[in-house]
Design a protein around this ligand. Structure first.
Ligand code: C2E
Ligand code: CA
Ligand code: CA
Length: 279
């Protein structure tokens, strides 16, 4: 093909060729994965950092493919964004997470909200407002039971279309938070303009806490921004007692991480919530 010829040197690197082959294989498998029922969701508890009690859940997608094995989202979300498959996958995640939330509510489990990760592609390439409305309606959920985690990418290159989606989401009453806050872009002006409720401190900054002064300073600064704008703050990647205590001193009360639990299957999640009710 034309492209092949232009980058002819690529053909001489076996390593690159096999990487391209792997990518092509992943692409083919990804296209069929939804229809083959290869995705499922796990739910990571978001807890009250002081008591450890589970308050909310974040849905995280998992892909098990018979040929490729267990694929972590880090390895396929980017690809799905490139191919556009993320729109269908993202809609499935929305539907499934809302359906799960409905089942928990039917079991009278006090899980107040479910958070779902949304790709920037869902904002630009799809009627996200309509997808969210339908997922809520199908599950019979009020908007405030759903939180969408957005990346800064959506917020920085907002167009009239994205602003319209924000309007629809605001009307539906869903909560919006910024994932990996501080990682991507440093523009803060969107925080004044858009209906954002909470910031999720990127776990890359928490990694160096409490040992690395620059990471400590960034965590403090993010907490300061959240507090002065009246936004909620959630810490992710909480792995140690020292990090938890640091966050509590900063006034951050909600967090998630391996110190408490990894992503759990729905039954295990429900069991833990039920156990804290009895306690
Ligand atoms: P994220 O949204 O920042 O999710 C947090 C990631 O950190 C998850 O990885 C989680 O398992 C992991 N994690 C949780 N606690 C800890 C901890 O204490 N220490 C460490 N080192 N890691 C922890 P996961 O599930 O592999 O997801 C990776 C990323 O893939 C997510 O990062 C998110 O950006 C994306 N992703 C996952 N599910 C979806 C989805 O349904 N849709 C979209 N668009 N993206 C998703
Ligand atoms: Ca997230
Ligand atoms: Ca994150």
């Amino acid at each position: 093909s034309k492209r092949r010829r232009r980058n002819g040197w690529q053909a001489f690197s076996p390593e690159l060729a096999s990487r391209q082959q792997q990518r092509l294989q992943a692409e083919t498998q990804l296209r069929r994965a939804l229809d083959n029922g290869e995705f499922h969701l796990v739910y990571q508890p978001q807890v009250d950092l002081r008591s450890g009690r589970i308050l909310y859940a974040e849905a995280l997608v998992r892909w098990h493919n018979p040929q490729l094995g267990e694929m972590r989202p880090d390895r396929f979300i980017d690809l799905a964004e490139t191919t556009g498959d993320i729109i269908r996958i993202g809609n499935w995640v929305l539907q499934e997470a809302c359906a799960q939330m409905r089942r928990w509510r039917e079991q009278d489990l006090p899980i107040h909200r479910i958070a779902v990760n949304v790709s920037y592609r869902q904002f630009t390439g799809d009627n996200l407002g309509e997808s969210v409305r339908r997922a809520l309606a199908d599950a019979g959920l009020p908007g405030h039971a759903l939180e969408l985690e957005l990346t800064e990418r959506v917020l920085v290159d907002d167009t009239p279309d994205t602003l319209e989606v924000f309007d629809q989401l605001r009307l539906l009453g869903v909560q919006l938070s910024i994932d990996d806050f501080g990682e991507g872009y440093s523009a803060l002006n969107y925080l004044r303009r858009l209906p954002i409720h909470a910031l999720k401190l990127s776990q890359s900054f928490l990694k160096g806490v409490p040992g690395k002064p620059s990471d400590v300073a960034i965590c403090q600064a993010v907490a300061g921004i959240a507090q002065s704008l009246g936004l909620g703050m959630v810490a992710e990647g909480v792995e140690s007692e020292a990090q938890r205590d640091f966050l509590l001193r900063l006034g951050v009360n909600v967090g998630q991480g391996f110190l408490f639990a990894p992503g759990l299957l729905p039954g295990e999640f429900a069991k833990r919530v039920a156990a804290q009710q009895d306690a």
